[in-house]
Design a protein around this ligand. Sequence first.
Ligand code: SF4
Length: 786
Amino acid sequence: RVVQGLARTRSFATHASAIPRNYPSITPPYPELIQNLEHVRNVLKRPLTLAEKILYSHLHDPVNGLGIGGRIRGEAYLQLKPGRVAMQDASAQYVAIVCSLQFMSAGLARCAVPTSIHCDHLIQASEGAKADLERSIVSNQEVFDFLESAARKYGIEFWRPGSGIIHQIVLENYAAPGMLMLGTDSHTPNAGGLGMLAIGVGGADAVDAMTGTPWELKAPQVVGVHLTGELSGWATTKDLILHLAGKLTVRGGTGRIIEYFGPGVHNQSCTGLATIANMGAEVGATTSTFPYTKHMQSYLHATGRGPVAQAADEAAGRGFLSADENAEYDEVIEINLSDLEPTINGPFTPDLATPLSKFGTFVKEQGWKDELSAGLIGSCTNSSYEDMTRVADLARQAKAAGLTTKVPFLCTPGSEQIRATMERDDISSTLQDVGATVLANACGPCIGQWKREDKKGEENAILTSFNRNFKSRNDGNRYTMNFLASPTIVTAMSFSGSLTFNPMTDSLTLDSGKSFKFAPPSGQDLPSTGFTPGDTSLYPLPTPEPQPDAQVIIRKDSQRLELLEPFSSPFSHGNLELPPLKVLMRVRGKCTTDHISAAGPWLKYKGHLTNISENLLITAVNDEGGDVNVAFDHDAPHGLTNADTIPNVAKRLKARNQPWTLIVDDNYGEGSAREHAALQPRFYGCNLIVARSFARIHETNLKKQGVLPLWFADKADYSRISSGDVIETVGLADLLEGRPDATIHLRVTTRSGETFQIPTKHTMSTDQLKWLRAGSALNYIRSQMQ
Ligand code: SF4
């Protein structure tokens, strides 16, 4: 077997690694994986998609792990052995705290798989890279020191603040074709650009992999996206995923892996594919992947990973890194790249897609001001060398015409390596010449860490090349309309300051009175002289030895870090139904993990559950009355009002030892893989959440923390339950006692005393039921280790 185009690519630039590497730790064990797959083939006896090959070759027990066949995709629960874990600094705080406890009780000295921590989310964006980084290091010193000490103790690679954004670093250093990895961040699938399965999970799942416990995943369905034709002019891979998000919507990928195939895949750069995979998270996909291509091979060489490329070439030659001929997908979507035009998505949701040619009309129809207030490029999604050379081309054209950007224009490099290479190749200076501010290599304005001084509380529109655009996501202002577009469209529009400017057709008027029109941008996917690593003191040594004597210190009076007390089991005295639960509120409409546990200034409390829980659901809408952050305590003691903030009512119930439940709408918990969105309700005493539907990662996170997620069998029942009602489960005991087909009903007693019963559905596996019974997955794992 020859991977398409590989035979033609002997001219790729091979660069020695400027970063120290331990190749065995970053090369998937291909012979073992291929052998595992042979066992699976003996059971399934049918052609396999690429996603299936990668998943099934990572089964804990490849011989018996799939039972005796039958339907797997969408039905079977897989026990998997991921090959790597990566964590960002916000979620890693929880994992490090939990791991320290788990490792101590199990007597483990080091992580079972190579693991890395990346300091990126806690860096604020305000003045520019140097000042922002220095200030953020000082204000987060305690947390960075804590994470570094945990990393030292357990042999984890620690990427210092300033080294870059987790997903860009993973792509440059750890991702490899055919690998299965977990990351405690929803955009972990970015690494799929290198033909692997990278899955965003909560911290408790990461702990599974780090302790060598089988990691469970319900086998996803596989959607095939067949790419034909060629991108041209202004259209980029960003436009492909923006277009697909419009087609699939934020729920279209739930429980599914998106696998791209066809001739159109092979013409895209590896980093361009990473952009597509990154934003698969926006349609709720488990992850996205692509067959091994010549561009992936070149990228591995350019980033100093020739030995990994060589091993991948051999694995591809044995048919491991692409789908089998005639493999069947659960659905196939056809996209002709030649038909794609630049697309702009938003505001407030990533699936509201408008082709650029219709965007001006759309803006006018909505009655929005024709005014752009800022342009932001970069982030983990779009800061590749290709992206940056293409925007630099536009900046050079503009500079030659005497133009500078009309609005603040901010650029976030994805990694220190990208930043240093941009500087060496005069890309940064070209952008700065036309007015750009280059920010630190960190998440900054993508995660509410943009300390924006203008437009506070005012309606305004910004364009970003980021991936997510929920309300308040960038500057904390819920009136900021955030539109997503490719870096080149963001850049060109920043020179006009107008929201209806179409750089493909419109001209700008120069001071001289002449008109200027941009030529379509051109760039280069990889630097001809290779990447330069920049400041290597920010990088870890590869696979450091654990230092068991290192102290992991949490100060008793810390406001940033707090030891976690295990949650207790809700079942007592042999009763296997949940205790009677008070309904805290009925949440209306879109409720993302940003609504449940806001980011921005709250990120600093990620390691302190008591403090961060003060933000529980503070931007959620109460369906009874339509207010934001209002809940009702119908049993308020004398002297307290019934209506209060949501966290305050939750605290009142906790103080009364009254367990409670939430009634929620469709796709509850979409967005970031935010552990705290499950931890916080549980901390305040929530045992059950009943939804019209759940987003995958969040549903799993709830299960891990011992909260039972149930789906309304009839979505209309949502409106029949109100705050103050009491809910009891009926039939949960049957399920817990081993009757898998048992239905859980809810007996509802309303505040007026009326009683009725409704059926529900669930997705609890046998193992997940054990977590529920133990009070949390961690309680269960700990009990198994002792
Ligand atoms: Fe950081 Fe934004 Fe990427 Fe998340 S999506 S990792 S916040 S840059």
